[in-house]
Design a protein around this ligand. Structure first.
Ligand SMILES: NC(=O)c1ccc[n+]([C@@H]2O[C@H](COP(=O)([O-])OP(=O)(O)OC[C@H]3O[C@@H](n4cnc5c(N)ncnc54)[C@H](O)[C@@H]3O)[C@@H](O)[C@H]2O)c1
Length: 249
């Protein structure tokens, strides 16, 4: 078991990629905090983990864009579990539009959740990891961080590029404390987020992927689990593409 006696927080774990990550880490022995805005769905995931994986799992209603909400979630995690070994910053949103049709609020919502949310969660968890002398942080980026907008959401790609840069900056800052900070950049994964895509867009997206299909949430989760484990002990500041060959750089 890769994560025996480890405690993990996964944000946005009520569905999609986050849920697959939570299932993968608990399958390998972790106890889990399912931190999500959608508490009903988060509770269902926590119940599924307890039932199927036999691990301790706690659903905590969390808005990663709200500093107080994040701090309350981290305080409750330490109170219930006593430590935090793994933080996966997965919560993310898209607001569709063009530069001229999107509102300022759309911009602030996307940057607030996708980028500031990662900062708030790291800020709250890192002091605990420093005392422990170890920790693994994995941030979920996107291929859009390198290509620019491919989702009709002008704030999205900059938010993900910010995540890549924050990942590298924190990797340098936290390395002396035994904390690894890495990222995973998926593309075209079958989730509720991508289910919104019109059929025409889906066909276009798939035709540009050498492996010829969309990815599965579990295929992202496997890479996250690797980065969160001791198998990746000499990797930090790295962002691994999971994109079916769409972008080879
Ligand atoms: N699906 C893809 O093709 C794809 C591609 C590249 C990157 N990603 C990234 O992967 C991550 C997960 O994507 P997904 O497709 O599973 O998305 P999703 O929309 O299916 O799930 C996102 C989850 O995050 C939660 N969430 C949203 N805002 C939140 C907030 N402020 N605080 C806490 N939780 C919040 C939602 O309730 C939901 O449970 C996101 O960061 C996304 O940008 C997805």
């Amino acid at each position: 078991m890769l994560f025996e006696k480890k405690v993990a927080i996964v944000t946005g774990a009520a569905q999609g990629i986050g849920k697959a990550i939570a299932m993968s880490l608990t399958d390998q022995g972790a106890d889990m905090v399912v931190a999500d805005l959608n508490i009903e769905k988060a509770r269902r995931v926590a119940e599924q983990i307890a039932k199927e994986m036999g691990r301790r799992a706690l659903a905590i209603k969390t808005d990663v864009a709200d500093k107080q909400s994040v701090q309350a979630m981290v305080d409750r995690t330490t109170k219930e579990f006593g430590r935090i070994d793994i933080l996966v910053n997965n919560a993310g949103i898209i607001r569709r539009g063009s530069l001229e049709t999107m509102t300022d609020q759309d911009w602030h919502d996307v940057i607030g959740t996708n980028l500031t949310g990662v900062y708030y969660c790291c800020r709250a968890v890192v002091p605990i990891m420093k005392v422990q002398g170890s920790g693994k942080i994995v941030n979920i980026s996107s291929v859009a961080s390198k290509t620019g907008d491919i989702t009709s959401s002008p704030g999205y790609a900059p938010s993900k590029a910010g995540i890549d840069c924050l990942t590298k900056s924190l990797a340098r800052e936290l390395a002396p404390y035994g904390i690894n900070v890495n990222g995973v950049a998926p593309h075209a994964i079958e989730t509720e987020m991508s289910a919104e895509w019109p059929e025409e867009k889906r066909k276009k997206v798939v035709s540009a992927i050498p492996l010829g299909r969309m990815g599965k949430p579990e295929e992202v989760a496997e890479v996250v689990a690797f980065l969160a484990s001791e198998k990746a002990s000499f990797i930090t500041g790295e962002i691994i593409d999971v994109n079916g060959g769409f972008l080879m750089d």
